[in-house]
Design a protein around this ligand. Structure first.
Ligand SMILES: Cc1cc2nc3c(=O)[nH]c(=O)nc-3n(C[C@H](O)[C@H](O)[C@H](O)COP(=O)(O)OP(=O)(O)OC[C@H]3O[C@@H](n4cnc5c(N)ncnc54)[C@H](O)[C@@H]3O)c2cc1C
Length: 452
């Protein structure tokens, strides 16, 4: 059977491309959908949604495949695979980008860069634009440009009844509000339009020390940011196993290290001046260069093919005891592995957007983000415990809110805390209007029964 009006590619278990098509970023996820509908147009998405609903197939929506939860693929159901819808059109005059529902950040960053136009995007360039932005969307330049969702101008969306609607500041305005962080709850975005900002040049600096230096590095980084650092400066402090990057001295490769990262929306000489206190801590290796935006955005990509688990804690402050608690846990990262324990500076444009959107987590000063990546199932329990411990240790400084993109499935209370109770309630009303049967439930779910 073929969905009526569907012009894309349908894959079943017997097809040669099926196994590759059902793979997602997290190697722990091994699900076998009955059908993968590779859509090429919005009409294909409408046909696929109608067919899936009529045949009671559990629907998964797949963009870049980076949800650690594996929500982009369902077991026995139907995957609405958007990867063929990756086109990006830049309107340089109006500074707008219209992006297909299955485009990745590397598609958008590369297209915008030709005109010197950018927007906040994923720290990993293979993440889907829609998946990240609809979930709020945190990225390197957020202190200057805000979250990815802040730049949304409009979203074209196929709802649970197969209708194609537009949400923007004048049409379906409650839906437009909900799409700023409410994720894939309300339908399938077939195209998103973003406002772009002209950024003349961008600089990346990465400094490395042995992990034992972590506490002094993080304290200095905190002081630098909190001493009124310009919003052009973002980045973070990251514990990880040192990759064999050219600037990492040979004895540190494959050893536990701490990195201080500066992502600066400006030229290299300014970035060096701004980052001088970090250089004064005598790193054992350093990289600093102006990079084309798309190159910068992909410079620290995480490798695929590992088992993954992540969580996060948003902090109102980062006093010395919090620094100590965070750095003490870094000793438990599985080495060697691509696991990372990051502390990201927030504030600036992220904080300014508080109150406008369903994102109670925006007022954090810092975000702690353990991201586990490992190979063997025998390490599952240990890595998951480490990630949870990082967050539990920081609870005394937690704002209580969390960006849903940064966590796996941690229960309804955590989602209510993510948005704030009043926002969750309002999101549930929007959900009732556009998806009362919870057809789109493989996501950070807003439960319609809360309100319907
Ligand atoms: C290594 C790594 C690094 C990450 N770094 C960041 C980061 O820096 N900042 C950040 O904010 N997040 C980050 N994330 C989280 C990531 O943004 C979210 O998991 C996001 O949902 C992934 O989108 P995707 O399209 O790649 O994934 P998918 O698994 O394909 O999709 C995930 C979910 O997004 C929704 N979705 C995707 N496309 C659409 C669409 N077109 N219409 C409607 N719903 C859709 C669906 O609900 C789907 O279940 C990271 C994840 C990983 C694995």
């Amino acid at each position: 059977m073929r969905p009526t009006g569907f012009g894309g590619v349908l894959l079943r278990e017997t097809d040669a491309e099926y196994d590759e098509a059902r793979e997602v970023f997290n190697a722990m996820v091994d699900r076998k959908p009955a059908l993968i509908a590779q859509c090429e147009t919005a009409a294909d998405v409408q046909a696929a949604v109608r067919y899936g609903v009529a045949n009671e197939l559990e629907l998964a929506v797949r963009g870049g495949g980076h949800a650690v939860t594996g929500d982009g693929v369902s077991d026995g159901g139907m995957v609405i695979d958007l990867r063929r819808m990756y086109s990006v059109q830049i309107d340089p005059g109006r500074r707008l980008a219209r992006v297909g529902g299955g485009a990745t950040w590397s598609d958008l960053d590369g297209a915008g860069q030709q005109y010197g136009l950018v927007t906040t995007g994923g720290r990993v360039s293979s993440i889907g634009v829609a998946g990240l932005a609809l979930g709020g969307g945190s990225g390197w330049l957020e202190r200057k440009l805000g979250l990815a969702s802040d730049a949304l101008v409009s979203v074209e969306l196929v709802t649970a009844d197969g209708e194609l609607v537009i949400a923007d500041e004048t049409k379906n305005t409650e839906l437009f509000w909900a799409l700023h962080g409410g994720g894939g709850n309300f339908g399938v975005a077939t195209a998103l339009t973003f406002r772009l900002t002209r950024v003349a040049t961008t600089t990346l600096a990465v400094l490395v020390w042995p992990a034992a230096a972590g506490a002094s590095v993080l304290r200095m980084y905190r002081d630098l940011i909190e001493a009124d650092a310009p919003e052009e400066l973002g980045g973070g402090v990251v514990f990880l196993t040192a990759p064999a990057f050219g600037f990492v001295p040979e004895p540190l490769v494959a050893q536990p290290v701490v990195l201080a990262i500066a992502v600066y929306a400006g030229p290299a000489d300014e970035a060096r001046d701004m980052f001088a206190p970090m250089f004064a801590l005598s790193p054992e290796g350093a990289f600093l260069a102006e990079l084309p935006y798309a190159e910068l955005q992909s410079a620290l990509d995480s490798p695929a093919g590992f088992r993954n688990y992540c969580s996060a804690e948003h902090l109102s402050a980062l006093p010395d005891p919090a620094v100590r608690a965070f750095c003490d846990r870094a000793g438990e990262i599985l080495v060697p592995s691509p696991s990372q324990q990051a502390m990201l500076p927030w504030g600036g444009a992220v904080r300014r957007g508080s109150g406008d959107w369903p994102q109670a987590y925006r007022d954090a000063a810092w975000v702690a983000r353990p991201f586990g990546a490992w190979t063997h199932p025998c390490s599952d329990a240990r890595v998951i415990r480490w990630a949870r411990d990082v967050c539990e240790d920081l609870e005394p400084w937690s704002t209580g809110h969390v960006c849903p993109n940064f966590v796996g499935h941690e229960g309804r209370d955590r989602m209510i805390a993510a948005f704030g109770a009043a926002n969750y309630d309002r999101l549930a009303r929007v959900k009732c209007r556009y998806d009362p049967e919870n057809v789109f439930h493989l996501n950070q779910n807003v439960e319609p029964q809360w309100r319907c």
